[in-house]
Design a protein around this ligand. Structure first.
Ligand SMILES: Nc1ncnc2c1ncn2[C@@H]1O[C@H](COP(=O)(O)OS(=O)(=O)O)[C@@H](OP(=O)(O)O)[C@H]1O
Ligand SMILES: Nc1ncnc2c1ncn2[C@@H]1O[C@H](COP(=O)(O)OP(=O)(O)O)[C@@H](O)[C@H]1O
Length: 220
């Protein structure tokens, strides 16, 4: 059996500080959390667009997209990799699968951050402990938790994928907010009330926060 403790960490030749100097801004992780349909992906993409317009290096990691690739579900892996593989590595929506989903995404977001990029993540990430573990992996100040505080009733009215309707009908089990928990952050860096304002207004609040924290400079 391979011994995974025989793996050694290597420092890179180009430091994070050098990369940040080249980019003209700091790296960080902006971690959007909230119910399905709360507006996480929409706001993350508007922020990404605003950052691109300023010449800032950023990347969006999005729930649905990552669950098609890095964290594919068993259903997606079954045909290409077989039943046993799909059962072992496919990630669904049990508490432990969500935990592993968030752990992996946290590790990827950290790589982006260390490369001097602003990583924007849009995952429900319903468990406080899972989010706090990601925060603990990062350097102090790198993890910016943004709670997209949209009431369940509004998310359910929006229901762009029809999933709430299915969950209410019992066709999807363990759906967050319906028959699975969502633990709101207690002390997030930022709370945005997406039920009341446009995605552009909310994205501007995030950009203002980055300026205030000097992650972005006035020029970049
Ligand atoms: N049971 C259940 N509960 C919640 N969500 C479900 C479920 N089944 C499928 N979906 C769809 O998967 C998207 C959420 O994936 P995430 O990776 O963000 O979830 S988690 O952070 O691991 O909880 C979520 O997308 P978003 O609407 O982007 O949040 C849903 O479209
Ligand atoms: N601030 C907002 N005001 C009105 N509608 C919004 C807002 N943010 C998102 N939406 C709409 O709500 C739906 C869900 O948004 P989405 O970003 O996919 O949510 P999430 O990524 O949290 O599941 C989309 O149809 C989107 O256009």
């Amino acid at each position: 059996m391979a011994n995974d403790t025989n793996v050694t960490w290597h420092d890179h030749r180009v430091s994070r500080e050098e990369r940040e100097r080249l980019h003209g801004h700091r790296g960080c992780v902006i971690w959007f959390t909230g119910l399905s349909g709360s507006g996480k992906s929409t706001i993350a993409n508007v922020v990404d667009h605003m950052l691109a317009a300023r010449g800032v290096k950023s990347a969006v990691l999005d729930g649905d997209n990552v669950r098609h690739g890095l964290n594919a579900g068993p259903g997606m892996l079954r045909e290409s990799h077989g039943e046993a593989y799909a059962e072992r590595f496919g990630l669904g929506f049990s508490a432990i699968d969500r935990e592993e989903n968030i752990r992996r995404i946290g590790a990827v977001a950290q790589l982006f951050c260390e490369s001097g990029t602003i990583a924007l993540t849009a995952f429900i990430s319903p468990y406080r402990l899972d989010r706090d573990r990601v925060r603990a992996m990062m350097r102090e100040g790198d993890f910016i938790e943004v709670f997209v505080d949209t009431p369940l009733e509004i998310c359910e009215q929006r229901d762009p994928k029809g999933l709430y309707k299915k969950a209410r009908a019992g066709e999807i089990k363990h759906f967050t907010g319906i028959d699975d928990p969502y633990e709101a952050p207690e002390t997030p860096e930022l709370v945005v009330c997406a039920g009341e304002r446009t995605p552009e207004e909310l994205a501007t609040e995030v950009i203002d926060y980055l300026m205030k924290r000097e992650i972005l400079s006035a020029a970049g």
